[in-house]
Design a protein around this ligand. Structure first.
Ligand code: PMP
Length: 363
């Protein structure tokens, strides 16, 4: 076996931009309290897990899943209150839906836009598909920089604009009037990514009535089903029909379909857990004020963004990990995120451990 030859083959055949690209980083959380990925920290009550297992026993693993997933879609439609004139498209997480949308619009000189700092997969997937990604920086308060945004839309004519509401990793909502102005200025599709909608009063589904070129995306990940991988895209059937042609026929497996239907049938449990996360978020927000942090931003999501003393983010991250708590270090990922850490809201016990770990960090 000649490793030089293998390397030459890789160099020759794998796309140069992929060779240069770093894979999406997923650090090991073994033995750590995991507060880095916006998961719901709660599991289901024992009786509910037993009932779920009973449901799964009936699932036919020898058959392909329902390709249309009509029953699951009907349950989701009812849960979200989506009217009959709109359709749903399901993805293996909203990550897959982002990929499908971008595949549908990709082509030479096609541009995808999103405010920055934002969800990293918008930029990464655009790169995978040879789309030009244009990020438009938020202002210093993480609000949309309207003059710059409108000017960039005019200049770049983006095929798709992604707007995450609340935004990850800043945790805030932008004004509805600003969102409307962006949508009205957009020549192509606009996707409002409501991944964190369960943790805020805000909900933009109603905007579908006003804008033909708007799509709304949600996920079951943040309400406690991150392991299941189910994302949902909603909008006019004419758009979804086109995007659906790119979907692999059996992308939502039988276990996901059955489990998601079961979970939607027990949504009160998920809603109660979500409410607990929201009240913990407020408690954690207040408790963080007592630490020598430069800044703690308010949040409409299930995480909090904080700024450590200057130049300390990496040291605080390492110290938290040494104390058994994994958070996300965002320092270096964008100038506006200098010295920033993102803290997912956990259980009261996990948040106490986080606060204890943070209190040992160097000021
Ligand atoms: N959109 C945003 C804004 C996110 O933060 C995330 C998860 N970090 C996703 C989409 C992807 O979620 P999933 O693929 O788990 O549905």
């Amino acid at each position: 076996l000649d490793s030089d030859q293998l390397e030459r083959q890789i160099e020759r055949w794998i796309r140069p931009d992929i060779q240069r690209q770093k894979a999406y980083p997923v650090p090991s959380a073994a033995g750590l309290i995991k507060l880095d990925a916006m998961e719901n920290p709660y599991i289901w009550p024992e009786d509910m897990r037993l009932a779920w297992a009973d449901t799964l026993r009936e699932v036919a693993l020898n058959r392909y899943p329902s390709a249309a997933a009509d029953e699951l879609k009907a349950d989701l439609r009812a849960r979200f209150g989506l009217r009959a004139e709109y359709d749903l498209l399901l993805g293996n997480g909203s990550d897959e839906i982002i990929q499908l949308i971008m595949m549908a619009v990709s082509g030479p000189d096609r541009v995808v836009m999103a405010p920055q700092p934002g969800f990293v997969m918008f930029r990464m997937i655009a790169g995978f598909l040879h789309l030009d990604f244009v990020g438009v920086d938020l202002d210093a308060n993480f609000e949309l920089d309207m003059p710059k945004l409108l000017q960039t839309i005019e200049a770049e004519q983006p095929a798709v604009i992604f707007l995450a509401q609340p935004n990850n990793p800043t945790g805030n909502l932008w004004g509805t009037e600003q969102l409307r102005r962006v949508i009205e200025a957009a020549p192509g599709l606009v996707v409002i990514d409501e991944a964190y909608t369960a943790f805020t009063e805000a909900d933009y589904l109603y905007l579908l009535d006003d804008y033909e070129h708007l799509l709304i995306m949600r996920t079951l990940s943040k309400v406690g089903l991150a392991g299941l991988r189910l994302g949902v895209l909603m909008g006019r059937p004419a758009w979804l029909e086109q995007i659906d042609k790119l979907r692999l026929p059996y992308n939502i497996n039988v276990l996901t379909q059955a489990s998601a239907r079961f979970a939607l049938d027990h949504y009160d449990v998920l809603a109660e857990q979500t409410a607990r996360i929201c009240s913990e978020r407020e408690r954690l927000y207040k408790a963080l004020q007592a630490l020598p942090l430069e800044k703690v931003w308010p949040s409409e999501a299930n995480f909090l963004l904080v700024r450590t003393p200057e130049g300390r983010a990496r040291a605080w991250f390492d110290q938290c990990r040494a104390e058994g708590v994994l958070v996300k270090c965002l320092d270096g990922s964008h100038p506006l995120l200098r010295d920033c850490l993102r803290l997912t809201v956990g259980t009261p016990e996990e948040n106490a451990a986080l606060l204890a770990a943070l209190s040992t960090c160097p000021a």
